[in-house]
Design a protein around this ligand. Structure first.
Ligand code: ZN
Length: 66
């Protein structure tokens, strides 16, 4: 039996394009942000840092940038 080649795990972190629910502005945030990202227009907090994946708050994900 042949051994299958183990694939290198892809990094799970990526950038997300989000739309601020407060003012509708588009922002790019890191989904593993360790700091609270804020909307560049109105300043509302968009990302809540957690121990793992960041939580998107006050924003809607519109695209994943890989
Ligand atoms: Zn905003």
């Amino acid at each position: 039996m042949k051994k299958r080649k183990i694939l290198v795990p892809m990094p799970k972190s990526r950038f997300l394009k989000v739309m601020c629910k407060n003012c509708g502005a588009e922002n790019v945030v890191f989904d593993r942000a360790s700091f609270p990202a804020r909307c560049k227009v109105c300043g509302i907090q968009l990302v809540k840092p957690t121990s793992g994946k960041a939580e998107i708050i006050n924003a809607e994900i519109i695209a994943e940038l890989g």
